[in-house]
Design a protein around this ligand. Structure first.
Ligand SMILES: [Zn+2]
Length: 158
């Protein structure tokens, strides 16, 4: 198993089981974004000082002009937004019909140029949610784990 593969025309193979461990990191900006999410009911974004774009979720480089983001370019934004598009999901990821359909929406986050996918909690599944203002509802702080699952759902902002 520890042999080094040096000839790409002669692939190695193994018989039997092989354990594979994966570790995915959020990166420096993602880590800071999720640590913030554990403690606050707001989001973190970064603002590009060259082109003015507010990157959400926060990033260390502007994806448009490649400007490096510095410490002073981080900002807290409200956990609110506007539904850009949505769909009513009736079948889960395993192909089974869900007991209760879910509204899954792409939400433009306020004061940023970014968006987030979220679930909208509602009883009215026939409604047009495009353009509706929503706010995030978080888990209680003591139950948060620093992932997007800390956002339970979005609900209409009244
Ligand atoms: Zn930029």
């Amino acid at each position: 198993m520890l042999e080094k593969q040096t000839d790409p025309t002669s692939p190695m193979h193994w018989r039997g089981d092989m354990q594979a461990d994966y570790m995915y990191t959020n990166g420096v900006a993602g880590d800071r974004f999720f640590r913030h999410l554990m403690e606050k009911d707001t989001f973190l974004a970064t603002k590009c000082k060259k082109c003015g774009k507010v990157l959400f979720p926060a990033r260390l480089y502007c994806e448009d002009c490649f400007q490096e983001i510095s410490e002073s370019d981080w900002l807290e934004v409200p956990a609110t937004g506007t539904v850009r598009v949505f769909t009513v999901a009736t079948i889960n990821a395993h192909g089974k019909k869900m007991e209760e359909p879910k509204i899954i929406a792409l939400i433009d986050i306020d004061k940023t140029d970014g968006a987030l996918l979220g679930i909208i909690k509602t009883k009215d599944l026939k409604r047009d949610f495009c353009g509706v203002k929503v706010k995030a509802v978080f888990k209680p702080k003591e139950k948060r784990e620093g992932t997007l699952k800390d956002i339970l759902y979005f609900e209409e902002k009244i």
